[in-house]
Design a protein around this ligand. Structure first.
Ligand code: S0N
Length: 312
């Protein structure tokens, strides 16, 4: 690899042996902020869009219900789940963006305003005519996001409220525009999320702040959200797309296996047995690729004793 390649660890190196330490040595600021050019590969969705950029090893799943500030109904969640599965199983995709399609000349910008109250049923969940029975299907999506080995980057431009706020928290990274507004409304709306929506929030911002967010149902601007640790970074609105492209490009330059293992470990710390299962699954998957593991299978199929070799 040439040292002029921005992905190289040598990229921002000075020839001098006495150069002072500098954080610019990570080369991050040299990564392009050009907009990513997206291709629609699957065009079967109503409530979302699904696009990919093979060049950038990235998929973009976007809420597409701006008239209700991207509130989600069961169909929306099922479509995101399907798109997430497509991205998870596509070896060309290493990073997944969760975003929203906004046109500020028509509707107030939002990432997602949570569960669609028009289809909140008295039967214990949401029902838009596409479910056999009312469900809190978004909880299944949260689990799928946690278990997805690829990093998920939430791009928040506008309101992230209620169940929409929880989805950005469950994503691995959140980048926001400076006009964004964050908050929970459950206790004002007759609902709550006592799962990740409460416990993961407390991990992110601390117990006292999490109790404040839920008990007061105040809204917070992007600067406050950043200072609390709810989001990774915020940018002027017009810079968000380019900055998000830069972050995603950098993640996609790094080792996907190393990132999957880091994600699994960070989840395991919080998810108990289910988290250990995810991390153990990554280890087993890698072990299956080794000569040592394959020798066990081959010996069984060839009806002989295994001749294991190991560097342990
Ligand atoms: C975001 C807010 C503050 C924006 O206010 P603004 O700018 O004044 O716009 P509005 O005029 O209010 O909105 C524009 C149009 O969008 C519709 N709309 C907005 N949000 C929703 C929504 N969530 N459902 C349906 N429609 C929505 C408005 O009605 C309006 O439409 P028109 O023009 O036709 O009048 C403001 O919009 C606001 O406060 N919205 C509600 C936000 C909210 O409370 N969300 C939380 C909802 N609950 C959940 O997300 C729970 C999720 C869940 O499934 C769950 C999961 C796990 C465990 C429990 C639960 C559970 O059920 O609680």
């Amino acid at each position: 690899m040439s040292s002029t390649d921005v992905a190289s660890m040598s990229y921002a190196r000075k020839a001098s042996k006495t150069a002072p330490p500098t954080k610019e040595r990570d080369g991050f600021e040299s990564i392009s902020r050009e907009s990513i050019v997206w291709t629609t590969e699957v065009d079967e969705f109503q409530d979302i869009t699904y696009e990919i950029s093979v060049e950038n090893k990235c998929a973009r799943i976007a809420f597409n219900r701006p008239e209700v500030l991207h509130a989600f109904r069961p169909r929306t969640i099922r479509e995101i789940q399907h798109a997430l599965e497509l991205a998870s199983e596509d070896p060309r995709i290493w990073v997944i963006m969760l975003a929203s399609n906004n046109d500020p000349s028509k509707f107030t910008p939002a990432f997602c305003s949570g569960g669609d109250q028009n289809v909140r049923s008295n039967g214990g969940g949401y029902q838009d005519g596409t479910e056999r029975q009312p469900k809190l299907r978004v909880l299944d999506l949260q689990m799928q996001m946690r278990r997805c080995p690829k990093p998920i980057v939430a791009i928040v431009d506008g309101y992230a409220i209620g169940g929409g706020h929880i989805l950005h928290m469950v994503a691995d990274i959140t980048l926001a525009s400076d006009i964004s507004v964050f908050g929970q409304t459950g206790p004002r709306m007759g609902s709550f999320d006592a799962g990740y929506g409460s416990t993961h929030m407390a991990r992110l911002i601390g117990q006292k702040r999490a109790r404040e967010v839920w008990f007061l149902c105040k809204f917070y601007d992007a600067k406050q959200a950043y200072e609390m640790g709810l989001i990774n970074a915020y940018f002027p609105k017009e810079e968000l797309e380019g900055r998000a492209a830069q972050w995603v490009r950098r993640i996609a330059m790094n080792s996907p296996t190393a990132i999957a293992c880091c994600k699994a470990a960070l989840n395991a710390d919080e998810d108990g047995g289910a988290g250990i299962m995810q991390m153990g699954g990554e280890m087993t998957r890698m072990f299956y690729m080794s000569r040592e593991s394959q020798e066990g299978r081959d010996a069984f199929l060839e009806k002989r004793a295994p001749k294991f070799r190991s560097n342990l």
